[in-house]
Design a protein around this ligand. Structure first.
Ligand code: KG4
Ligand code: ZN
Length: 334
């Protein structure tokens, strides 16, 4: 059979990325232009500024991905692009670049859900086995998704307020750490010799939903109370306590769902899946249960286009095609 080469494009948030994937699982090139320095100046992602960075970078990144792959547009089978969810202005830069590239080169275009992309990052490491449970934890999402086959996504739990990564970023700000807060808290937590006790948001017994805003408030209150008494917080102890609470709830709910749905494979995805504490906890838990657990390397956990091309290849094989009417869908359902 002929090899399938798909160009992936991702611009849903703050990374401008393009990648070529062979046969849905082999990374031929993977280019990510980060805007992190710019965001550190503003303490987060400013949508309008993100869009401007995407405009500056997108052509270079696409050319770079083809160059690194040593391929011509004519060698490609399709262009896959993140259609949503995300910042609409940011999404539109990638979508319009994909449309222009596809039109100019006579290629089909495929619209990919960003979270499907995060899940399919795992396909770049090992084949998926179904039924599969995915824990998606990123700056915008905290979801448990059950997959019974390729392209089948059933949402069984989600956050009712902040996403896990959002909680990390907000707590980091309280602790005076730079943006993005996840890696900084992770590092402090692992180095810490003690941990402040914070509550766990279990919600209803049967629920696979999550909540992180109460934990965030608990951290803020802890700091205020201590400062009112003339004390000061030990940032590493707060970081460790916060991380323990997040990791314990994420691990326990993922384990409960994995057992209830009798899944063959559990995967983690999204930027917070880069968290060392969370990775260790999930690895240990599923090892003990004898359930296959995988998490991609950190570079494939955070936003990238290889994951979009991988998910796009599964859709391509399934006969799915988009068209030139494609629009950014900020609230696109999975
Ligand atoms: O998936 P991602 O790159 O972008 C979104 O689609 O949101 O995730 C970014 C989020 C940020 O909130 C960042 O703080 C968090 O992932 N993150 C981490 C770690 N590395 C990145 N959170 C906890 N621990 C980390 N090591
Ligand atoms: Zn993401």
């Amino acid at each position: 059979d002929k090899d399938i080469y798909i160009l992936g494009i991702e611009t849903s948030c703050d990374e401008t990325a393009a990648s070529v994937i062979k046969n849905g699982h082999e990374i031929i090139s993977n280019i990510v232009a980060s805007q992190i320095q710019s965001q550190q100046r503003f303490g987060g992602v400013v949508p309008e500024i993100a869009s401007r960075h995407h405009v500056e970078q997108i052509t270079l990144v696409i050319e770079g991905a083809l160059l690194a792959a040593n391929l011509e547009p004519a060698d490609l089978d399709a262009v896959a692009v993140t259609e949503g969810p995300g910042l609409v202005g940011a999404l539109l830069i990638g979508i319009n670049a994909a449309k222009a590239f596809a039109f100019a080169n006579g290629l089909p275009i495929i619209g990919v859900h960003h979270i499907a992309g995060h899940i399919y990052a795992n396909q770049l490491m090992q084949p998926m086995e179904f039924p599969l449970l995915a824990l998606i934890v990123s700056g915008g999402h905290t979801e448990l998704v059950l997959m019974e086959g390729h392209g089948s996504f059933k949402l069984i739990g989600e956050t009712r307020d902040d996403a896990a990564g959002e909680a990390y970023d907000k707590v980091a700000r309280v602790l005076g750490l730079p943006y993005p807060g996840g890696p900084a808290i992770d590092k402090l937590a692992l180095e810490s010799d003690d941990a402040v006790e914070f509550p766990r948001a279990w919600l209803e017994r049967e629920s696979y939903d999550f909540s992180f805003s109460g934990l965030k408030s608990a951290v803020i209150n802890y700091k205020h109370n201590l400062e009112q008494k003339g004390g000061t917080i030990v940032p590493s102890h707060v970081a460790a306590g916060f991380q323990q609470s997040v990791v314990e709830v994420l691990t326990a709910k993922t384990l409960k769902a994995a057992k209830e749905y009798n899944v063959k494979q559990v995967i983690a995805a999204g930027g917070v899946a880069a968290n060392k504490g969370l990775r260790a906890s999930l690895e240990m838990t599923f090892e003990k249960e004898g359930i296959h657990f995988y998490v991609p390397p950190i570079s494939l956990c955070t936003d990238n286009a290889a994951m979009i091309a991988a998910a796009g290849t599964a859709m391509f094989m399934d006969g799915k095609r988009g068209n030139m009417e494609m629009n950014g869908r900020p609230g696109m359902p999975l």
